[in-house]
Design a protein around this ligand. Structure first.
Ligand code: 13P
Length: 338
């Protein structure tokens, strides 16, 4: 493990005015998104779609890293370079999702544990030789009747720490993602309480396994009310509670925090990130690592047809630009019409 290299990569991932493009949807998630648009979920369509994304104009002005899926890291772009080689050529760090998904958590109904530790050291070596500089592992915490259990938070945090250790051993920066889902009718205070507890347990587990905090990126949810909650919170309240929660839990050694979008609309995700940045006076950089909030509108425009590439690319470039501005607190909604 070389902590200097890890810290250099992590710092580059959250460099000023840039964020991370999450384009690592599993086959199941990608199929769900394609099905909704009547796009056939074939290997070639996934390749064409992701090729359209990474070849969008000016992407590297706003995006520091792209998270790939196992299939994509082995595929080639239209320029006949592998995805990691193409990304490297345009100045974007290639990353890889390495967990194998959230599965039912034994003895805990309605809760999930993320799997993928088996053979992870060998798989990590393989990804490293393909060019990966960082990795991602997502833990899923659900708010509901009597859940989440403390057991679920501990088990997922321990798995995140084991994964982070395996990454750091080979100088790959772990994105550590404890996602408290937006699904459900819970209010914003419940989201704060659960996220606060999850982040607290997570940093205890990372500490127990001697993870070098200057060589990780945290990828949390923002503190919002649940998607079925009747009371909608203002962006200012979301920003205030999110910064408070991070301030309670995230040690100053962590170079950066890159949020997931979690089901927020694309403009909500930009406004909230902007307000968080206006408020944050902690030392860590705060940026985005969005999937849906960067991609969904572009995917709709693409619609499985490469004739739509240029129009779809304008949309992904614009979302990346808007979020880049939000990552330094310089975004406002009126810019959407420019
Ligand atoms: P969303 O931004 O769509 O929540 O996805 C981010 C991600 O990478 C989840 O693991």
């Amino acid at each position: 493990m070389n902590i200097k290299i890890l810290n250099q990569i992590a710092t580059q991932m959250v460099t000023e005015s840039k964020g991370i493009l999450a384009m690592d949807e599993s086959h199941g998630t990608c199929k769900k998104r394609f099905d909704a648009l009547n796009i056939e979920a074939t290997e070639e369509n996934r390749r064409l779609y992701r090729d359209m994304l990474v070849t969008a104009e000016s992407l590297s002005s706003y995006i520091s890293g792209a998270i790939l899926f196992d299939e994509t890291i082995k595929q080639k772009t239209s320029q006949n370079l592998s995805f990691p080689d193409y990304l490297k050529k345009i100045g974007i760090l290639p990353g890889i999702k390495v967990d194998t998904g959230a599965k039912p958590f034994s003895c805990h109904s309605n809760e999930k544990i993320t799997e993928g530790l088996d053979n992870l050291p060998q798989r990590m070596e393989g990804y490293k030789s393909l060019g990966a500089k960082f990795a991602k592992w997502r833990a899923v915490i659900t708010i509901g009747d009597d859940i989440p259990s403390t057991a679920c938070m501990i088990a997922n945090s321990h798995a995140l720490a084991r994964y982070a250790s395996i990454c750091q051993e080979v100088d790959i920066v772990p994105i550590v993602e404890p996602e408290v889902l937006m699904d459900g009718p819970h209010n914003i205070q419940e989201c704060f309480d659960v996220t606060n507890k999850m982040q607290s347990i997570l940093f205890e587990e990372l500490d127990k396994l001697d993870i070098s905090l200057s060589g990780i990126i945290l990828k949390p949810n923002m503190i919002t009310s649940g998607s079925d909650c009747k009371i909608k919170s203002s962006s200012e309240e979301i920003a205030e509670l999110t910064v408070r929660c991070l301030g309670n839990n995230v040690p100053i050694e962590v170079p950066g925090i890159a949020f997931l979008s979690g089901g927020q609309s694309d403009t909500e995700a930009s406004i909230n990130l902007n307000n968080i940045n206006k408020l944050n006076d902690n030392p860590w950089k705060v940026t985005f690592s969005y999937g849906r909030a960067l991609q969904l509108e572009a995917m709709k425009k693409w619609n499985g047809n490469n004739h739509n590439n240029l129009d779809a690319q304008k949309i992904i470039s614009k979302r990346a630009h808007m979020n880049s501005l939000a990552s330094s607190g310089q975004y406002n909604l009126s810019m959407e019409n420019d």
